[in-house]
Design a protein around this ligand. Structure first.
Ligand SMILES: N[C@@H](CCC(=O)N[C@@H](CS)C(=O)NCC(=O)O)C(=O)O
Length: 372
């Protein structure tokens, strides 16, 4: 009997993060769609009543909702085996986690929803597969797909931005491919928390839907190999000379990673700045936001400019919940390490990520993110 049940599906972006963790950690699990009677009657009430993937049930019947919380749980249990210890690597691992889980929704959703000729039949099949097996299954799937098309626009992928989204993505593929040509994972021979964040958009959407998969296979073979590797229990690093399975020694950060972060900063930094402004303005106006109130997915639209193009995207507090972990790790470093990390973030155009904060903290209660 398998001990762990992961409620998720292959096409769900966020399911990809803990799935890859469980595989790499060698933890036996089974993946089930969140449509069973057991899920509804037993798991959902323990998940704060919030339906969502991923949600995980342990062998003891404990339930953890949210990909970051699932990984935290197993990292705590294992002695943090996927968390590098050296300062620069620690910070970058956390930063890639935010960027992967929250910063690449626009290209992920664009390449899923705006290429119906290539993707539609595939998506219909999968959306129907995750609906309960009732006669209305097809209609339910159609409705869910409509909601996701709207979400795609809400993340800023609209006709006026398509060209920019595609240009940035083509550049990103190039940087990722260059990095994974020299290293099996972000920080060397072993995946880190940041790899698990990054696999979220790069498996369920960009590494699996027909349109972006074909782009990846034709333009970024090494990136495609990383996507495969992240979902396999064995090292799968045949093309590399170094097969030690360790992070790079002496807190090394390869140049290819700096180039990659510079590219990611192009929209991640202005979007994060605009989202912080938007959410903080909203927080200022909430005189009666009681501690323990559940954090909504979005609280307004952030507007920002990238290369002369205006983007409007949902301002999501959760981005700052993850970003605070980067900032907390930084604060815990000694002065010398702080200086080294600041220098690195400056070189990557990412120095602002240490200062962009919400005026109110987010915590967790009853498996939900709540305002503290
Ligand atoms: N913060 C969550 C986000 C999970 C999430 O948004 N999952 C999507 C599917 S990929 C979902 O279930 N959305 C429905 C909802 O959240 O109500 C995580 O990192 O696990």
């Amino acid at each position: 009997m398998t001990a762990i049940t992961l409620y998720g599906t292959p096409l769900s972006l966020y399911s990809g993060r803990p799935r890859s963790y469980l595989i790499n950690a060698g933890l036996a699990y089974r993946e089930v769609t969140p449509t069973t009677v057991h899920y509804k009657d037993v798991v959902l009430p323990k998940a704060g009543g919030r339906q969502g993937m991923p949600t995980l049930e342990t062998a003891d019947g404990d339930v953890i909702r949210d990909g970051a919380a699932i990984i935290d749980h197993y990292e705590d249990q294992s002695g943090h085996t996927f968390s590098p210890k050296a300062p620069k690597q620690r910070i970058l691992s956390r930063l890639f986690d935010v960027i992967g889980a929250e910063g690449l929704l626009r290209p992920a959703m664009h390449y899923r929803w705006n290429f119906p000729d290539e993707n539609l039949a595939f998506l219909k099949f999968h959306f129907q597969s995750v609906m309960p097996p009732v006669p209305e299954r097809e209609q339910y799937a159609d409705k869910a797909m409509d909601r996701m098309r709207e979400a795609c626009m809400g993340f800023g992928a609209v006709p006026d931005t398509f060209e920019l989204v595609e240009t940035l993505y083509a550049e990103l593929l190039e940087k990722l491919d260059a990095h994974f040509a020299v290293q099996p994972y972000l920080l060397g021979g072993r995946p880190c928390i940041g790899d698990f964040g990054m696999i979220a958009p790069f498996y369920g959407h960009l590494g699996r839907d027909p349109k972006p998969l074909s782009l990846m296979q034709s333009h970024a073979i090494r990136l495609f190999r990383w996507v495969e590797r992240m979902n396999r229990p064995e090292p799968d690093v045949g093309e590399f000379d170094d097969q030690t399975g360790e992070y790079l020694s002496d807190d090394q950060i390869p140049d290819t990673l700096v180039e990659l972060l510079k590219q990611l900063a192009t929209d991640f930094v202005p979007e994060t700045r605009a989202a912080a402004d938007c959410i903080n303005t909203w927080l200022d106006q909430q005189s009666d936001l009681a501690p323990g109130t559940e954090v909504a997915r979005g609280v307004g639209m952030a507007q920002f400019e990238v290369r002369g193009v205006t983007i409007n995207a949902l301002a999501q507090p959760y981005r700052f919940y993850l970003l605070k972990r980067v900032q907390d790790e930084f604060e815990a470093l000694d002065e010398n390490a702080k200086e080294n990390v600041s220098g690195l973030l400056n070189a990557c155009g990412m120095e602002d990520v240490l200062n962009l904060k919400l005026t109110r903290e987010i915590g967790r209660a009853n498996n939900l993110e709540v305002w503290v």
